[in-house]
Design a protein around this ligand. Structure first.
Ligand code: UDX
Length: 428
């Protein structure tokens, strides 16, 4: 295997995972970020995000000197053979991806990139961005490649080391091959394609996943109305290999840092291209309705009004295994419950303290006992496995009411029944 000199610009969860994993595959990786404090902390081995295995990989990389952190992209790219851009591309005005961070870094490094280097976009960027980067760079001797990430938060290291596939797109074949060779030791199918197709794969995959979830959430609603059970229906569907068992778990709606942003961005791209992608629009609308349906369930569970009702919330993160609150369906539901007059006390194992501007609708407490104390109902919003193992008999005694709304169908209904609690689930 060729050991390459790699620079990674942006040490968010994608950049840091990419850097630490490439270093563990043997490459020499320099990571840059504009956040001085973050860089200083990383140099001490302190990983700012909750990501299984990442702290260990960073420590290994630092110890072997294959991994280094610097402040500023300009200080990382000087002798790089491959430069990965792992920058945020948030949802900008009207749902389109905001590329200002990517543009700023290109302006900073364009004259510093060595000849023959390959610049890789790893963040999810609109189709056509690689072509735009070629223009912005204005360098004939630097190639541009799109290599989208498919990392799930909470299992990003595993997803990097054991992906289903690697997608590399470029209009310069030798550049695409150089990037795919970085992953030689990972040993999975690689799709080599054009830059535009690689960019599209990411949106196509994420919007399909979101559509699958909206479908299953809507199906759960129909199951309730017609007396079927979504768990059995999903299992029955999932054995069909064309469908598969994963991503069929109903919930309070999907969220996180990717699916909401990518569905909106694909819709904007479609509109700009003169195509009405009704299926993606319906996927987003169904997700909004799912949050409302969850709120109505809670309203019904407490007897018709949330005014002055005290609710204990279990879970704030957008899914279990992460402390990420970005676009969390739990917070979206909490906001709606608050608007309807409920008082909210919440516990999440990964969110030990309130986050200003983010968790303002709820009182964040440090254990589930405090969260359920005197609650008229408990609403489980994130599928943390530990919630299943709680002492429900003890919690029941602390509650004022008798209902638990389980928006993830996580809890054992028999255990709750023994604790004299009623469970309201989704789609059953
Ligand atoms: C996603 C994609 O999976 C990943 O490939 C991409 O690179 C980034 O976006 P992530 O945002 O980490 O990853 O979360 P994911 O595990 O996909 O979950 C997204 C949302 O769907 C969460 O809110 C989760 O709770 C929800 N979900 C997921 C369900 O409600 N049911 C399921 O069966 C699966």
């Amino acid at each position: 295997m060729f050991v390459r000199r790699v620079a990674v610009v942006g040490v968010g969860y994608v950049g840091l995972t990419t850097a630490a994993c490439l270093a563990s595959l043997g490459h020499r990786v320099v990571c840059a970020d504009i956040d001085k404090r973050k860089v200083a902390r990383l140099l001490e081995g302190h990983v700012p995000i909750l990501e299984e295995g990442l702290t260990e990989l960073v420590a290994e990389g630092l110890a072997s000197r294959r991994l280094d952190f610097v402040v500023g992209a300009a200080n990382a790219v000087g002798d790089a053979e491959v430069v990965f851009l792992c920058l945020p591309t948030p949802m900008g005005a009207g749902g389109a991806a905001d590329l200002s961070a990517v543009e700023a870094v290109i302006a900073e490094v364009r004259e510093l990139l060595p000849a023959d280097c390959v610049l890789v976009t790893k963040s999810t960027v609109p189709v056509g961005t690689a072509a735009r980067v070629v223009e912005l760079l204005g360098r004939d001797d630097v190639s541009v490649v799109s290599n989208p990430e498919f990392l799930r938060e909470g299992s990003a290291v595993r997803d990097f080391m054991h992906p289903d596939r690697i997608v590399v797109g470029s209009d310069v074949q030798h550049a695409a091959e150089r990037v795919s060779a970085l992953y030689a030791r990972v040993g999975v199918p690689t799709v080599l394609t054009s830059a535009a197709s690689a960019e599209m794969v990411k949106y196509a995959a994420n919007c399909f996943l979101a559509m699958k979830l909206s479908y299953v959430n809507a199906m759960a609603e129909l199951c309730e109305r017609l007396g079927a059970d979504i768990a059995d229906v999903a299992e029955g569907m999932g054995f069909d290999h064309r469908i598969g068992q994963s991503f069929l778990q109903p919930g309070p709606g999907w969220g996180g840092s990717c699916l909401p942003k990518d569905t909106h961005a694909l819709l904007r791209m479609s509109e700009a291209a003169g195509f009405d992608f009704a299926l993606v629009r319906a996927t987003i609308d169904t997700n909004e309705q799912q949050r409302d349906r969850v709120v109505e369930k809670v309203v019904a569970a407490v007897g018709g009004s949330l005014d002055g009702v005290r609710l204990g919330l279990l879970g704030l993160a957008f899914k279990a295994g992460t402390d990420d609150l970005r676009d969390s369906p739990a917070l979206a539901v909490a906001r709606k419950l608050r608007e309807r007059g409920a008082d909210l006390v919440a516990f999440d194992p990964a969110v030990p303290a309130p986050v200003a501007g983010v968790t303002d609708d709820v009182l964040v407490v440090g254990d589930p006992q405090q969260a359920v104390k005197d609650a008229d109902a408990v609403v489980l919003l994130t599928e943390w496995p530990e919630f299943r193992k709680l002492d429900w008999a003890d919690l029941a005694e602390r509650m004022a009411g008798r209902v638990v709304v389980d928006t993830r169908n996580l809890l054992d209904q028999d255990v709750l029944r023994l604790a004299d609690l009623d469970t309201v689930g989704i789609g059953r």
